[in-house]
Design a protein around this ligand. Structure first.
Ligand code: HEC
Length: 93
């Protein structure tokens, strides 16, 4: 293998690592954005789109867990977002 093709491979490798690096940094930024939001905030942002926001006192803790699983697919929430919302809704019970 001559020097030129070595350089080419090295350049391609660096670009690939750069792209992978950027993707993983982006992933971290996104999860930090979720981590910064409280359950109450996520609830207000996500659960009022289709119906009135259900008050935390509407259901028992056990019922909120079920509602969370049901509404996660409707609201397209991550597990983390769902857990935070459910935790918030369970607090008043
Ligand atoms: C994409 C629209 C949509 C989003 C977003 C959504 N819901 Fe719903 N929700 C519905 C629909 C439609 C129903 C009624 C049918 C059903 O139960 O699937 C419902 C029913 C419910 C019920 C049941 C009410 C009852 O009396 O049984 C609760 C509680 C509820 N949603 C809570 C939430 C919470 C909490 C969130 C946020 C995580 C949320 N919803 C986000 C569409 C949505």
């Amino acid at each position: 293998m001559n020097t030129r093709s070595m350089k080419k491979i090295a350049t391609i490798a660096i670009i690939c690592f750069g792209i992978i690096g950027l993707i993983s940094i982006n992933g971290c930024v996104e999860s930090k954005a979720v981590a910064a939001k409280s359950g109450a905030q996520l609830w207000a942002e996500n659960c009022s789109r289709c119906h009135n926001m259900p008050a935390p006192s509407t259901f028992s803790q056990e019922q909120w867990k079920t509602v969370g699983m049901h509404m996660q697919s409707r609201a397209l929430l991550t597990n983390k977002e769902r857990d935070k919302i459910v935790e918030f809704l369970q607090q008043s019970n």
